[in-house]
Design a protein around this ligand. Sequence first.
Ligand code: ATP
Ligand code: MG
Length: 407
Amino acid sequence: MSELWVEKYQPRKLREIVGQSKAIQDITSWAEGWKKGKPTKPAILLYGAAGTGKSVAAAALAHEFGWDLIEMNASDKRTLSEIKRVAGAAASAGTLFAGAGGRRLIVLDEADTIHGTADRGGYRALKELLEETRNPLVLIANDQYAIPWDLRMVCVLVNFRRLTVDIAIKELQRICRAEGITAEPLALKVIAETAKGDLRSAINDLQTFTLGKKRLTVKDLVLYRRDREVNVFDFLKQLLSVSSAKDARTLLWALDLPPNDALAWIDENIPRMVTDPTDLANVYDAISRADIFLGRARRGQAYGLWGYASDLMSAGVATSRGEHLKWSKFRPPSHIRRFARTRANRAVRDAVARKVAKRCHTSARVARKDILPCLGVVFKHDKKTAAAITSQLEFTDAESSFLKAMG
Ligand SMILES: Nc1ncnc2c1ncn2[C@@H]1O[C@H](COP(=O)(O)OP(=O)(O)OP(=O)(O)O)[C@@H](O)[C@H]1O
Ligand SMILES: [Mg+2]
C-alpha cells in the first residue's frame, strides 16, 4: 500500500472537517479569544469517539491561526515527566520563536492515558502549566470523564460526535471520485454503517477493499460485516499459536461464524503463513477435507458431518500447520471462493514437480510441464514401473494418486 488515504485525504483546514460544525465553531471562538489575551479557560478538551476528527482539528487549528504546533503524546512515559519542562518552556517563551500568529499551540493527544501511567504528577504538572501558560493548549481524549474534574473545569469542553452514515458515505464518495473508483452505492453504505461513526476506519476499509481494483461491489463485502462482530482476526491469530487440538476446537466454537465462512477465512490466510512444504500439504489436506464434509453436510447427508468439518478446520489445521510460520497480514477471503481442493491439488502437483526436478536436474517448471504428463501416463498404465518410481522418489500416497489421475 503506497499511501494511506486517511493521510492523503486528511483535512488541512478546519472547514474541511465534516460533520462537526458545532465543535469547529466552539474551537474557533475559543481560539479567537486567545487573540485578545489569555482567556479564563486557557485549554480546550476535544473528546469523543475514535476517527471523528479530533487530532486533525487540532492540527488544522494551528495551521489556520498561524500558530506553531507542539504535539505531545500523553501515553509516552518520557513525555509525562517532561510535560512541565517542554510545554512549560514553550508556554512561557516569548514571541521570539513563536509562529507568525505569535503563539504556540500545545497539543496533548491521548490525554486520558496520563492517568495510570504516572503518579498523577502528570496532571498536577498540567494544572500548574495552565496557570502559568501564555499559550493555548489542546487536550485530546476519547472519554472526557477520564480527565480529573478539576482539570476539566479549566477547559472548554468540545464533543466530537460519531459521524452519521450519510456524512461518511459522502466522504467515501469523494475519495472514490478522486481515486477513479466506481462503487456500488450499497457497498459504500455497508462500509459506512460498519464503521459506526469512525471515519478513519471507514476510509481504511474502503482502501483495503479496493486494493488493486477500480470497482467495488457489495459482493466484495459479503463476509465483512460478520467479521467485525466476531473478530475473526483474533481467531486466526490464535489458531496459529494454539498447541492442542482441544484448544483449537474451543476457539472455533467461540467464533460465532457459519462454518463455511470460517473455512473461507482459514483457507485464505493460514496456508500463506505455513512455510514447510509438508506442513503446507497437510494443512491443505485438512482444509480440503473440511470443505468436502461441509459440502456433504449442506446436502443434508448427516448432521454429524458439521462436527467433522469443524474438527478438521480447527484442530486439523492447528496441528498440521507446523512451527515455522511466516507472518503476514490477515485478509478477508475473496468473494469468489477459490476452492481449497483445487489449491490442495496444486500443492501436491508442485511437490511432485519438485521431487522430479531434483532427480532429473531440471527446474520444477520444466518438470511440471514436460515430465509430469509422461509420468501420468506411466502411472495410469504401468503399475510396476509406477511402484518403482514411487519408491525411488519417495512419493506419498497423495502424490502417486495425483499422478495416476493425471494420466
Ligand atoms: N470529521 C472528519 N472530517 C474529515 N475527515 C475525518 C474526520 N474525522 C476523521 N477523518 C479522517 O480520519 C482520519 C483520522 O482522524 P483523526 O486522527 O482526527 O481522528 P481522532 O478523532 O483523533 O481519532 P482518535 O481518537 O483515534 O485519535 C483523518 O486523517 C481523516 O482522514
Ligand atoms: Mg487522534
